[in-house]
Design a protein around this ligand. Structure first.
Ligand SMILES: [Zn+2]
Length: 305
């Protein structure tokens, strides 16, 4: 039995209804209370570190300061207006940011305990907790869009990355895993690129919804799936966002679970997940069986010392 947690960055409760995508509506679903700390709206690494640890940013230590190049005001400005800038201006802003920031900083990882430290728990990538490289790759794609990358290449790379992450999630359902988590940045990146292109953003929601359907089909009778977001995305075409900056983060974070309940706040997710995982008695914490591997052949091949 596995509690599978899909961190779908920027999945927006209002846009799920606007696009009418059933895939995101599991047994229990609705808004998830989130927070802002170093910025006026929720900031990705801060919130995901809270989801995994149950702690606020003062305690888990992951905040916008020094965690990424994305806190550079010039790039943040560019990200909001990318869709409306001329090609030449996009390139100039992108290069300006690269030149100004120089060596990129890595996304920090908290040293506090998280829901992925439990026995038999696994995590693929999760901002602020484990392996920030996939998030940085998605940020690189947004930067490349600001420098003129075309739609086909952007979507091929972005959804190719998503397919790897959802494929990993499905595979974990075949193993004795108590909690499995993966962060998918596709809807945030697509939102920054397509905040004023309703048809393109709808296709991105439908594509990610298709990945979710595949995961739901792969669930065993005792498995639980939890979908979460850290914030939503304001767009030019969603009526409640009139007067707001398109491609800025909205407060419409979302949670959806195959269970009869769901977490109500980003601070409650860890306890919710751990209580579900703790009710499982099937996996047990037995010592893993050793593998008798003939190492001579590997030495001959130079694979091991
Ligand atoms: Zn985010």
């Amino acid at each position: 039995m596995t509690v599978l947690v899909l961190a779908l960055d920027a999945l927006d409760e209002g846009l799920i209804d606007h696009f009418d995508i059933d895939a995101f509506r599991l047994e229990s679903s609705g808004s998830l209370e989130t927070y802002a700390h170093t910025k006026p709206v929720p900031y990705t690494p801060e919130v995901w570190a809270t989801v995994a640890t149950g702690l606020g940013p003062e305690e888990h230590g992951i905040s916008a300061a020094g965690t990424s190049e994305w806190d550079n005001p010039a790039l943040e400005f560019a990200s909001r207006f990318t869709g409306r800038l001329s090609e030449g201006t996009r390139g100039t802003l992108g290069k300006f940011v690269r030149t100004r920031t120089g060596e990129r900083e890595r996304i920090g990882e908290t040293d506090r305990e998280s829901m992925f430290d439990a026995d038999d728990a696994v995590v693929h990538n999760w901002p602020g907790v484990h392996d920030g490289r996939p998030l940085q790759y998605a940020w690189d794609l947004m930067n490349a869009v600001s420098e003129g990358m075309g739609r086909s290449e952007f979507e091929r790379d972005l959804f190719g990355q998503s397919a790897e992450q959802f494929g990993w999630a499905r595979e974990m359902l075949h193993h004795p895993v108590s909690v499995a988590g993966v962060h998918v940045h596709a809807l945030d990146a697509a939102g920054h690129a397509y905040a004023d292109d309703e048809a393109a953003f709808r296709r991105a929601y439908e594509r990610i919804g298709g990945f979710v359907d595949e995961v739901v089909d792969a669930l065993g009778p005792d498995d639980e799936l939890l979908l979460l977001s850290d914030h939503g995305m304001r767009t030019a075409f969603y009526p409640p966002d009139a007067g707001e900056d398109p491609a800025s983060h909205s407060w419409r974070a979302y949670a959806s679970a195959t269970a009869e309940s769901r977490p109500n706040s980003v601070y409650d997710v860890r306890a919710w997940v751990e209580s579900r995982a703790a009710t499982d008695t099937s996996t047990g914490a037995d010592v893993d069986e050793a593998i008798e591997m003939p190492t001579d052949r590997l030495r001959e091949l130079g694979y091991i010392e």
